[in-house]
Write a protein that binds this ligand. Structure first.
Ligand code: GLY
Length: 352
């Protein structure tokens, strides 16, 4: 086990390869009351109901996936905290994927203007992205993560044993974020993944991949917690990816949409930043090797709708759509003035 430090509004550590059960026990023994938030299958596989039985600690079984990240669930949680008189020294623990840790952090951020929270991510995407960095929030009718807070956890525990519970599809979706991290900052991640011929081989490298990806995220967040500018590099692949994710009605996993977004951003980088086309091909092949999508079927989406979604994205400024692109692998840069023609021509290139 090793620990990676993050400096934000508080300093905290991400425990990589730690066992979640003793980690949880130590949280339960350091707060009088702890509310554990987890979806059903995590509650069952972690025996969480037994862990809180007979104590003042509580368990909230959250709906699965993005469905839990809404106002109704947050309100139910606030009511529970109120009815049980949770005070400033009590705490929240989110155990689950990115949706659960985002929701848990948001509820902790807003209860009494902020109580302690801890994250136990159980998915690859959660370990390498969502649970680290203090972005918390819920979705509203206006969009994903538009209501939220930058509010760091007290610590994060990434226990690799949870990854065995993931389907290949979910593991691969998490790999899209790992590949993104490799391309923006740590080429050794790409070396490892280039050497992994199958998803099973990539799974075997989980500890290394999580540790390296968290190290990149920790360094970026520690230098720009509130996303003044630098942190935006973590959004490589996300401008187009978010639009696709939303337009698919969330039928695509976040990582699958990001995978298509990475391909789009690489193609755009060829025009705007001189990224080489052979590197784009390499990136697409790497994603495809792990079963990730990189192209869209012609006619499946309307370009005008995707464009409108991108213009409304949090990352756009004054209606100008902003992308993170690459000059070369490991060297990200901002693309802020791509013309409408360049964007639609790039879109045409990723259509099958
Ligand atoms: N998921 C991107 C970030 O945390 O900034």
């Amino acid at each position: 086990m090793h620990k990676i430090a993050v400096q934000a509004e508080i300093d905290y550590e991400v425990h990589i390869g730690a066992a979640w059960r003793p980690y949880l026990d130590s949280i339960l023994s350091s707060h009088k009351k702890v509310l554990i938030i987890a979806p059903d299958f995590i509650v069952a596989s972690g025996n969480l109901a037994d862990i809180v039985k007979g104590s003042e600690h509580m368990l909230f079984v959250a709906p699965d996936g993005e469905a839990q990240k809404n106002y109704a669930t947050a309100e139910a949680l606030w009511n529970l905290l109120g009815e049980n008189e949770f005070g400033r020294t009590d705490a929240v623990v989110g155990i689950g994927g990115g949706a659960t840790t985002d929701l848990s952090g948001f509820v902790a951020a807003t209860w009494l203007r902020g109580i302690a929270w801890y994250a136990v991510p159980t998915t690859l995407a959660g370990m390498v992205d969502a649970a680290v960095g203090g972005k918390t929030g819920i979705n509203t009718g206006s969009g994903k993560n538009l209501v939220g807070s930058f509010y760091s956890p007290r610590s994060v525990c990434a226990d690799m044993s949870w990854l065995d519970t993931l389907s290949d599809r979910d593991f691969a979706a998490g790999l899209a974020e790992v590949i993104k991290t490799g391309y923006i900052r740590d080429l050794s991640i790409l070396t490892t993944l280039n050497g992994a011929d199958t998803l099973a081989a990539a799974r075997k490298a989980s500890l290394e991949l999580v540790a390296k990806s968290v190290a990149v995220k920790a360094s970026v967040v520690s230098n720009d917690f509130k996303e003044g500018k630098l942190r935006e590099i973590l959004n490589f692949g996300h401008t187009f990816g978010h639009a696709i994710e939303k337009r698919s009605g969330y039928a695509l996993r976040h990582g699958e949409a990001v995978s298509i977004g990475l391909h789009f951003a690489a193609m755009l980088s060829e025009v705007e930043l001189g990224f080489s086309s052979s590197e784009t091909e390499h990136l697409a092949k790497l994603l495809e090797k792990f079963g990730l999508p990189t192209v869209l079927i012609k006619g499946e989406y309307q370009w005008s709708e995707l464009l409108a979604l991108m213009a409304g994205d949090k990352k756009s400024r004054d209606g100008r759509i902003r992308f993170i692109g690459l000059r070369v692998p490991g060297e990200p840069d901002w693309i802020e003035a791509a013309s409408a023609d360049t964007l639609s021509a790039t879109y045409e290139k990723i259509l099958l």
